[in-house]
Design a protein around this ligand. Sequence first.
Ligand code: PYC
Length: 310
Amino acid sequence: MHVIDSHTGGMPTRVILDGGPDLGSGPLADQARALATEHEAFYKSILLEPRGQPGMVGALLVPAQDPTCEIGVIYFDADAVLGMCGHGTIGLGVTLAHMGRIGVGTHRIETPVGVISIDVLDANTVRVTNVESRRVKADVTVDVPDYGPMTGDLAYGGNWFFIVDPSPMPVKSADIRALTDLAIATREACVAQGVVGENGELVDHVVFQGVSPKDGVHSRNFVLCPDDEYDRSPCGTGSSARLACLAASGRLAPGEEIVQESVIGSPYRLSYQIGEAGGVIPTIVGQAYIMAEGTLLFGDDDPFKAGITD
Ligand code: PYC
């Protein structure tokens, strides 16, 4: 299996070029469901240690079903198949440009949650125009065991987010362990207390919005992903959901640009336009760097062929 690894603001993406399972030729949402339900061991083996690394997201390339798109992609982390992935899309754009498959300019990409587009601005910089994002419920309070009540917004940005603003604790890299523990407890509280999307979708990510000490940086976030790892980048789908919340509460005008950074200080430039369904069409600009090109081998006699699963 040939792969190319990149990182976007420190968050790794592994693009899988061949060797994936047969997911059929139906809609990408059905193919993503098949990956999640029938090929769990396959996708985990690619990202779990020892072949993968904590936080890494996989990008499985599939033929686009929509003829206006150049390529299809299904993203996953070590725990779940994702609807969309912003940092992964920046990594994918840089990877495809590195391979000579696309050049500077605009390219349409199909994902399980809809068509997105990317503008490759240079060898490392990609602008992502994401699916329409929306705030679904404002000021939802959950009771987090051992912590107390926590109030946040439920929002969609290609994945499902519970966004707490302001963060209950400072968003700084020295506190990543404590932020992670509190975010896991918050996600569990959301699930247990029925904080779900319109069609029962579970919250899969939690965001704590903090402040940055840097001039010109609007905010700094901590994002918990489904695999219980934190996003080293400011999370493209989380930033999309956050833009929807800022728009819904009148705190950011269409076209206005802000810089948001991750808990480790990597930045995205963010803005939005109004969407057709009343949400926002987010635009995210970030940078990715190629780290490695390789061939993954899964020996039959390798006791950790499936990854370290316990
Ligand atoms: O950038 O959207 C994102 C993302 C989702 C999970 C990890 N990164």
